[in-house]
Design a protein around this ligand. Sequence first.
Ligand SMILES: O=C(O)CCC(=O)C(=O)O
Length: 290
Amino acid sequence: MEDKRQRARVQGGWARSVNKRGASNTASGVSSARSQVLGSTSHSRAKRDKRLSSEKQFVFKAPEEVVRKAPEPKIIEKQGVYEISTLPSGVSRIHLVPGFIDLNEADWMFGQLFQEIPWRQRTHVRQDQSFDEPRLTAWYGELPYTYSRLTMQANADWHPLLTMLKDRIEDFTKNTFNSLLCNLYRNEKDSVDWHSDDEPALGQNPVIASLSFGATRMFELRKKPLPEENNDYTYVQRVHVPLDHGTLLMMEGATQEDWQHRVPKHYHSREPRINLTFRTMYPDPEMLHT
Ligand SMILES: O=C(O)CCC(=O)C(=O)O
């Protein structure tokens, strides 16, 4: 009886593993009792001991988690340089500088930019359908800028405040810029959809300096999926950066090659926001690779 219970426990193995010495003691105890009754030989006792010790223990293993979860976005809101990915194309890096422009100055600048930049709403045409961009824009630079098949004409007539801001950013970052795309988000309904600033005229690994004024809006980045993910962004890494009044955000390295970014619409009301993105345009990007 004791032998049967012991074997059941060894085979089931749920409660605890059986110590070998205990098992062989029990087996030998039982077999010695039996040997008196059945007259068993030391040979058959050895065979039985071998069988008991070779019986495999059943070890319970919890089923592995197979549900794939989309990762939570990483929130970046403190000053610092953040390496958000390292891939064969290189390191993608963002540098956040809240309070780059102090609040009083930023208030005055917002008023000037809102009033004095020649803001325009542009129209895109896609598959014979035209739609208005959900924001107003203006372009500054010696060269025209084409994105999403829309061309903004060259405009070398820089507003003095924009030139001053460009100089300040150049001093701070030790980069130079020759062009600027200005965006005005009039309210919570204005936005910019997922894209990368990867036009050939911006060269490889462009450095982009983005300065924000007015209402805080969320700047979201998502990593481009690997080829085997078939353009499915469900499980990609995400980074969210709240951009508030006077904040400078630098995007560097492979950020345009490996990530996309956007500023989504909001459900709750938002005051106007202005964003200035300073870039460098090359007249003949082919020259960069020769
Ligand atoms: O408004 C922003 O912060 C982003 C603007 C932007 O993505 C762009 O100009 O390419």
